[in-house]
Design a protein around this ligand. Structure first.
Ligand code: IMP
Ligand code: MG
Length: 188
């Protein structure tokens, strides 16, 4: 079986197990896209993906959309290569689209502490959008330090380190088709 579809993986000596399959993810994305398409009927929203993690999720999500939409990306850094958030957010790539008067949907791979998405929401809000909402594939409820509204959530997950489907471990494993979590990691 191809590495990107395996149930168990060894990454740098650590074992990761399949948590969300490709099928589960695609089914949920279809539901999310249907809901978003309905909510934004008559509008042309701009999806703003947070690089690098959101690019896989965003590309699948917009292909399930049934209304017109635009895309742009911005890049923040907060994690470095560690498994725990450094707590500091910096901007590495700015937006190129005109946000003023537009309906913005910020796309995140995962909300952990909530720090990055809070930073993004403030940043985009300053550009006077008509509306702003957030869609996140994963949401670690127990890890949230800053509460910021997330309108569309793919899956609420335990407070464990996950990889795959855009999410990296030391910049690798983003190409896995499912989401994997560390085997035997205790939820913190
Ligand atoms: P936050 O600012 O703490 O909410 O972290 C958000 C960012 O940290 C996400 O966009 C991810 O890039 C990264 N991140 C958080 N948790 C994980 C994880 O379990 N695996 C991989 N990356 C993660
Ligand atoms: Mg990210």
């Amino acid at each position: 079986m191809s590495k990107v579809r395996k149930k168990k993986l060894n990454v740098n000596g650590e074992t990761f197990v399949l948590y969300l399959s490709e099928k589960q993810i695609q089914q949920r994305l279809k539901q999310l896209a249907t809901k978003i398409s309905k909510d934004y009927n008559g509008r042309i929203p701009i999806f703003i993906g947070v690089l690098n993690g959101a690019f896989v999720f965003m590309s699948d999500l917009i292909r399930h959309m049934t209304i017109s939409c635009e895309v742009d990306f911005l890049k923040l850094s907060s994690y470095g290569d560690a498994k725990i958030s450094s707590g500091k957010v910096t901007m590495l790539k700015e937006l190129n689209c005109q946000v003023e008067g537009r309906d913005i949907i910020v796309v995140e791979d995962i909300i952990d502490s909530g720090l990055s998405i809070d930073f993004m929401r403030r940043l985009v809000s300053k550009m006077n959008p008509r509306s702003i909402n957030v869609v996140a594939l994963l949401y670690k409820k127990k890890a949230i330090k800053i509460h910021t509204p997330v309108k569309y959530i793919g899956f609420k997950i335990p407070n464990k380190f996950v990889i795959g489907y855009g999410l990296d471990y030391q910049q690798q494993q983003r190409n896995l088709r499912g989401v994997y979590c560390l085997e035997n990691e205790k939820e913190v």
